[in-house]
Design a protein around this ligand. Sequence first.
Ligand SMILES: *[C@@H]1O[C@H](CO)[C@@H](O)[C@H](O)[C@H]1NC(C)=O
Ligand SMILES: *[C@@H]1O[C@H](CO)[C@@H](O)[C@H](O)[C@H]1NC(C)=O
Length: 339
Amino acid sequence: MAASFLLRALLLLPALVSAITYPPVGKCTGNCSGGVHDPNVVRRDDGTYFRFTTNGRVNIATAPSISGPWTYRGAAIPEGSIIDLPGRDDIWAPDVIKSNGVYYMTYAVSAIGSLNSDIGVATSKTMEPGSWTDHGSIGVPSGSFNRIDPNLMQLSPTSTPYLTWGSFWTDIWQIEMANTPLKVLSGQKPLHLEQNTTVRPQGRPTGPIEGSYQFRWTVGGKTYYYLFFSSGGCCNVPPNLAPPGEEYKIMVCRSESPTGPFVGKLGHSCLTENGGTIVLQSHNDLLAAGGQGVMYDPGVGSVVVYYHYIKPSVGYAYKDFHFGWNKLDFSSGWPVVVA
Ligand SMILES: *[C@@H]1O[C@H](CO)[C@@H](O)[C@H](O)[C@H]1NC(C)=O
Ligand SMILES: *[C@@H]1O[C@H](CO)[C@@H](O)[C@H](O)[C@H]1NC(C)=O
């Protein structure tokens, strides 16, 4: 009896060990759902957290901590983008950094399925609704990619700002910006950082990749540049859900230089060998996490990853998307979601 129980337990063990376990999603109160897409969170020096999200003319919500309570505050670009393309009133993927006392918000003007897109920038001294000045296109040259999902990284006022974007088509790209990051540095060519090299039926991406986010962190005296991105189908609804594992998930690649080459945890190239390593994928009542950003949060006392996700128990609709976050531990050199 006992022996057969033990045998069965041992036979079950591999299945149990390989099951994906994650700590619960971090607490969120206030405006945590109602269609939160591609969140970007910035903590102002006075301790107010600003959250910018896709759709409309860039939704702003504020809170005293990453877990809320979040209050919806209005639009960042109430007149719509001055970029004269379809989608200028339905702005995507806002991304805010502070440089030399000014907040720079890069954003995308596009439409579903369109490659006729552009990346713009707006500035503010406070991030409050009503304080943003739109400057329009930053001048990313056109190419085989789609100009969406921008992310700026500038590590000090004098250092080179790098913009990554992309792309769904041909995935993640990067370019150097001028020191005041309103324009691409003249003469710069886009650099291909990461792509899914899985064979693509009908020339379409099988595992489309988009929503990159650059983050520098020092681990055991060694500094790495981490390239987070979202891979898979972002927004499928029944009966057309992506097959398990093919829905949106958060992945990461790493390099010793901001411009690459990037590799995954097993050392595979992220440009030619599908190197990306999974950080957070669907489990329990969390589906299709993505549109992420990463920050050190002094409130939590840890690096956190924040993202949008679907709760199948609530619904799959675009308007139901939720805001989530978790702590990240980098002690192994690779980010791991921890309680
Ligand atoms: C919550 O935020 C969304 C945008 O992210 C907005 O459309 C919605 O009106 C907000 N809901 C409330 C109750 O403020
Ligand atoms: C590439 O796409 C395939 C097929 O959708 C998917 O299984 C795989 O996880 C993707 N790889 C990366 C690095 O996104």
